[in-house]
Design a protein around this ligand. Sequence first.
Ligand code: ZN
Length: 326
Amino acid sequence: MDHQFIRFAFLVVASIPFVNSSSGDRSYTFQKCLKFCEERCSRVSDVKYQSRHPIPMRWLDWNCPDDCRYKCMWKTVKAYEMDHSNVPQFYGKWPFVRFFGIQEPASAIFSLFNGAAHLYMLIQFRKSIPSRTPMFYIWHLYALVSANAWFWAMVFHTRDKPSTEFMDYVCAVSLVFSSLLTLIIRVIGPMRRWLWGSASVPILLFFTYHVYYLGFVKFDYGYNMRVNISAGVLSGIGWIAWSQKVKGQQSYVWKATASILSLNALILLELGDFPPFWWTLDAHALWHLGTVPVIFMWYSFVIDDSRYILTSLQKKSDDPPYTKIS
Ligand SMILES: [Zn+2]
């Protein structure tokens, strides 16, 4: 029941970005400023504009209209503050102070921490577990898919463009699906390759279709979020249910349960969707920071579980063959 409540909270929280209105970019102050600024842009070529700005801004492809949106956003924020009104969001996001052209520095750096944590723990995993362990390469795939997803999250938070947004969303789904796949393989049993191989095919086909749909048919935020949540919920419930089932013999599985519950609890952070502290640290950035220690706990479970699988296999091979006593 507790879990059901957490899942429900997950659904509620995940739907929040779609009910947030971004009144800032629709305000009169912003629109007037933007119109005036963009008119000036039309008189300057992109090359000339970029040559006046520092190298990081050029590398991150800031052009004149983008810069207008940034400058007009702060002008509007000042106007709201002078008016003692609540600062609104702009284009679905809070105002953030950019740092060397990085749009959301806190979320970008915390995404980098997450990616680095996956790679660091993959190295630890390789040091502790021999490659003959059945799930050895499955966990490699999981770690690389996750590190890749966090890399694109970093890119997206560095520079929000349609292409970086697409990569962030698609790779986030790949992370959720890889968690679902590892669950299926673990539950079925890593040695039953044909069985988990067949069970993985529809999931991989669906994932391919999903990427195709988002890329070539329609970039549908609502549909993407529904897929993400459904796969995430399924995977979370699956890992917890499996942990509950095996906890008698495998006491370390509390780490898997704790990791999943921590992730769900962290998602609640998004409920407090508040304006960023120092115009830098918002709930989304804190959620990205919070997931870093969870990664360490998760791989600690992965290492324990791989050791368990290896020991059980060794025990089986050490057992004397069954002989019928007549
Ligand atoms: Zn993010």
